[in-house]
Write a protein that binds this ligand. Structure first.
Ligand SMILES: *[C@@H]1O[C@H](CO)[C@@H](O)[C@H](O)[C@H]1NC(C)=O
Ligand SMILES: CC(=O)N[C@H]1CO[C@H](CO)[C@@H](O)[C@@H]1O
Length: 219
């Protein structure tokens, strides 16, 4: 009985501290992000409620396909997070749209703060994530189907068909964050030293230079 009570207390404490949530829980109806620089908190400070408007909760940026300018990757991600929609502040949720050229790739990346649920709008993609025990969980998904990428795990999406593809993604964070591995390792500022990468990839520094040269910063 005492043991069960202790377990319950631990669970309650965990819930109270938000250990089961991703983003912290909200403390008021709305806290529309004030993007004015200067006030730094975990998230964004709230606008005075007398100044908020429906536009703070609206975004049309994912209504149309994003323009694919990166011709090497052939994909474009358009975010719909708290930076685009101030009304999302403290709500623990956001979306993104990704458009794929034929054979386009959204390269291996992680979202440090969110699980992702992907809905295929159009086309057919080969998608997958890799667990911390190095198992690849992958599948071909088609229009109308969904696939889940658990929080923090490396994942990717590839259109291997000659037709364009598009997806919508939902995240349980107002700002999931994205870290692409190729960009993080090879195009950081300042750069990761060549000898670190050469040893990590069991190759020579010339090969590291070659990869670096082929990647544009902020790809
Ligand atoms: C919010 O704006 C209203 C109307 O201008 C003002 O009366 C109120 O003092 C403001 N509240 C805060 C906390 O600044
Ligand atoms: C339509 C089409 O060709 N889809 C392909 C997308 O890529 C996966 C993985 O290679 C293939 O299995 C699908 O046939």
């Amino acid at each position: 009985m005492a043991g069960a009570m202790a377990v319950l207390m631990v669970l309650l404490a965990a819930i109270a501290t938000g250990a089961f949530a991703n983003d912290p829980d909200m403390l008021q109806d709305v806290c529309v992000a004030d993007h004015t620089p200067g006030i730094l908190v975990n998230g964004f400070a709230c606008k005075n409620i007398s100044t908020i408007s429906p536009l703070d909760f609206f975004f049309k940026g994912i209504s149309q396909p994003g323009q694919i300018t990166n011709t090497i990757l052939g994909s474009k991600v358009t975010s719909a997070n708290v930076q685009d929609i101030p009304g999302l502040n403290t709500l623990g949720i956001s979306m993104a749209r990704a458009d794929f050229a034929p054979y386009g790739l959204n390269p291996p990346h992680i979202h440090p703060r969110a699980t992702e649920m992907l809905f295929v709008l159009e086309g057919e993609l080969y998608v997958g994530f890799i667990t911390t025990s190095n198992k690849l969980i992958s599948k071909v998904v088609k229009a109308g189907e969904v696939f889940v990428f658990p929080r923090g795990l490396v994942h990717f999406q590839k259109n291997m068909s000659k037709h364009p593809a598009a997806v919508l993604a939902a995240f349980n964070s107002q700002l999931p964050g994205t870290q692409q591995f190729a960009a993080a390792l090879f195009t950081s500022d300042p750069p990761v030293p060549n000898d670190v990468l050469a040893k990590a990839f069991n190759t020579d520094q010339h090969s590291v230079e070659k990869i670096r040269a082929g990647l544009t910063p902020k790809m």
